[in-house]
Ligand binder design. Structure first.
Ligand code: FE2
Length: 259
């Protein structure tokens, strides 16, 4: 069944699909954890190879009608909100971004499967793919560097969702993420609330880059700061149209990006 969300984006709902056998699980590395020595007379040699993707983890979409879109996804797909973000100083105007997860009852689900973010344009921002562990993620990044891909931001650990992340742009500017060790929630947790700030996106790792924030024209990872000429055009159009992106929201984006 194909639905259309309030942004005009087609959403294909598939049920009772034919399940294929999973790929063979990688053999976990054996770690000497602090003083706990379990690997003796054996070298640590994780393979330096392209990261084997285990599954799609989440998709992040920007919308000019965040609240209407969120309501639509909550109603039609039964998603749960894991975390809300609001612009600094605009708590009373409500959230502008949320990390939404699937309701699988007592079965744990990714902290976010769909992220919705208010912005001046309806567009894809990034999608994220799970890999087995940090070594897989880092070695996969070395491979992409060798191939001339551009690291947008990473390696670091997120706050909301807690994933170890590594963001990459392909030669066309398409943004994807490798991640590992994300939070898994069942349906008993209430949503968290936090002001959006670029410094609050990571627990550790390099400072968030201007590329990830979208200052170079291509959409940012959360689409928060519209850069370059085409970004400015979309801002002007969004301010003129009837939607949720207004001047106060634009100021909120800029404040959040600087903090
Ligand atoms: Fe992500």
């Amino acid at each position: 069944m194909t639905l259309v969300d309030p942004n005009g984006m087609p959403v294909r709902v598939a049920t009772d699909t034919h399940e294929l056998p999973g790929l063979p699980a990688p053999t976990p590395l054996i770690f000497n954890f602090g003083h706990e020595v379990v690997r003796v007379n054996a070298m640590q040699r994780p393979p330096r190879q392209p990261a084997v993707v285990q599954r799609l983890g989440h998709v992040v979409v920007q919308t000019t009608r965040y609240r209407a879109s969120l309501d639509w996804y909550l109603e039609h797909l039964g998603l749960l909100v894991s975390d809300f973000s609001y612009y600094p100083g605009q708590r009373e105007r409500g959230p502008v971004l949320s990390f939404n997860r699937c309701d699988r009852g007592s079965t744990p689900a990714d902290h976010h499967t769909l992220v919705l973010s208010l912005g001046p344009e309806n567009r894809y921002l990034h999608s994220a793919y799970q890999v087995a562990d940090l070594d897989t993620l880092a070695a996969g990044g070395e491979y992409l560097l060798d191939k001339g891909y551009h690291r947008s931001w990473g390696i670091g650990r997120h706050v909301e969702g807690s994933q170890i992340f590594d963001y990459w742009r392909d030669p066309d500017g398409f943004l994807v993420e490798h991640f590992t060790d994300g939070d898994m929630f069942d349906n008993t947790l209430e949503p968290g609330w936090a002001p959006f700030s670029s410094s609050g996106l990571g627990q550790w790792g390099p400072k968030v880059t201007s590329d990830f924030l979208g200052l170079h024209g291509a959409a940012g990872g959360y689409g928060l700061v519209p850069g370059a000429i085409e970004g400015l055009v979309s801002v002007v159009n969004a301010l003129r149209d009837d939607n949720e992106f207004d001047v106060q929201r634009l100021l909120g984006v800029l404040k959040g990006a600087r903090s």
